[in-house]
Ligand binder design. Structure first.
Ligand code: SF4
Length: 443
């Protein structure tokens, strides 16, 4: 091993849970090389940015953070700055890093994580900057052998597939993360058994569209069933689902299981059929509403349904937006992640006629107000209920408190200390404040 590789590393992650898990793999690789974690970039010998290009804001933040290291690098020339992730895979970005970010040492694509070690060694030996975003042929196989330093106890993230085939007209994912590939079912099951044996209390299955998992003919419902059969007390969650692929078979497996949580994140994006068509989502509002009815029938009224909604998509009229508002009133989501559409270069929607920002801003304001009112009403209805929660973390807001989630995904804050993290507790809900619930531990 190269002597230089004894030192500290810091990873800065942007974007979704997929990236959080990929950062856990990057951490595993760096630790295998002899690096130890640090919180401070000033202290670090390696700073790795795991980037995301799905939203313009995440990309701007990433560039801001990378740029902020320019002067530090000047004073510590031995420090390695690495940029990884889907941002680097966009057309012209390698050139951009070559010319505008000369202090960045290594640039790698999302699927090049397995070569991180080799690329660091190459940079240290030869001194030349390294750029590699070409997808390795053995990507899946190499990924299986990547060590993981998990950082999300009691939850363990678990990839079941990579990439996406859907080409929603606003989304850059299929262009930068490639087409769908499913992991081998035996590898997934063995990783699941491993994390349960290691004491993790929740497994979250990850993929851009988990419902279309296909591991040698095994579909997503069958995969869920097999993970459900692993012995032990733990929860199973999954994300993200796609309304065109979520079906009764999956809901039936969820209903029959005591481990699969009674909650689902099902992005609707818009409530207007014209907008959904233009987004290439391949379902209608009627289909979405029928899925919601089916889920409530199979999983009970208590099923937590959360969603993503985008406003201001090109061509969205007042009537289209009203359809979205109407759908939100009808479904009454537990929570909604709302976004203003922002064009991503290279996607079909970026070249459609755009609507003014003021219109988008006004619409998102209205939507947030509506969803907040619904969330508050749903929270108030929890008062006095008895729920089992899995304690996940210390409360960021309240001293001497910890927080956990109900099966349906609602966050509950209770009095307690760090030693409770990872335990299941039965609580009574005693107060609610918009999306937050507060409770007392009974057992
Ligand atoms: S399903 Fe659509 S929005 Fe989701 S990753 Fe695939 S292309 Fe993007």
């Amino acid at each position: 091993m190269i002597k230089y590789m004894k030192g500290k590393y810091k990873i800065v992650t942007f974007g979704c849970q997929m990236n959080v898990h990929e950062s856990e793999k990057a951490a595993g690789l760096l630790e295998e090389m002899g690096y130890a974690p640090t919180e401070s970039a000033e202290d670090a010998d390696v700073v790795l940015f795991n980037t995301c290009c799905i939203r313009d804001t995440a990309e701007k933040r990433a560039f801001g953070n990378i740029g902020a290291l320019k002067s530090l690098k000047r004073s510590r020339s031995g420090m390695l700055i690495i940029v990884l992730g889907c941002m680097t895979e966009q057309d012209g970005y390698t050139e951009l890093f070559k010319s505008k970010y000369p202090f960045v040492d290594i640039v790698l694509g999302t699927r090049n994580l397995s070569v991180l070690r080799a690329k660091i060694e190459e940079k240290v030996r030869a001194g030349k900057r390294v750029f590699d975003t070409a997808v390795p042929e053995n990507f899946l196989e190499a990924d299986e052998n990547t060590p993981v330093t998990r950082t999300s106890y009691p939850n363990a993230w678990l990839n079941i597939m990579y990439g996406c085939n859907n080409f929603c007209s606003y989304c850059i994912v299929p262009y930068v993360r490639g087409r769908e590939v499913s992991r081998d079912i035996e590898s997934i099951l063995s990783e699941a058994r491993e994390v349960v044996a290691a004491g993790y209390k929740e497994i979250t299955l990850l993929g851009q569209n988990v419902n279309s998992y296909n591991g040698n003919g095994v579909n997503f419902a069958e995969l869920l069933q097999k993970i459900d059969q692993i012995e032990g007390k733990f929860r199973i969650r999954f994300m993200t689902s796609h309304p065109k692929d979520f079906n009764e078979e999956i809901a039936a497996v969820m209903a029959a299981s005591s481990k699969i949580c009674n909650g689902i994140h099902l992005p609707v994006q818009a409530g207007s059929n014209a907008v959904l068509k233009s987004m290439n989502r391949r379902y209608t509002r009627e289909k979405y509403l029928s899925l919601v009815d089916m889920m409530r029938e199979k999983l009970g009224e208590g099923v937590g349904i959360t969603t993503d909604i985008m406003v201001g998509f090109p061509g969205e009229t007042d009537a289209d937006f009203n359809d979205t508002m109407e759908l939100v009133r009808t479904v009454r989501f537990s929570n909604a992640f709302t976004f203003i559409y922002s064009p991503r270069k290279g996607t079909p929607a970026a070249s459609m006629p755009q609507i003014p920002y003021e219109v988008k801003r006004a619409r998102i304001g209205e939507l947030i107000k509506l969803q907040n009112a619904i969330t508050k009403e749903l929270s108030d209805a929890y008062m006095g209920k008895i729920e089992e929660i899995l304690i996940e973390d210390l409360s960021a807001k309240y001293d001497g408190s910890v927080c956990g989630r109900t099966e349906s995904g609602r966050l509950v804050t209770v009095k307690g200390e760090k030693d409770l993290i990872g335990s299941f507790k039965t609580v009574e809900i005693t107060a609610s404040k918009s999306a937050s619930l507060f409770g007392e531990i009974l057992l």
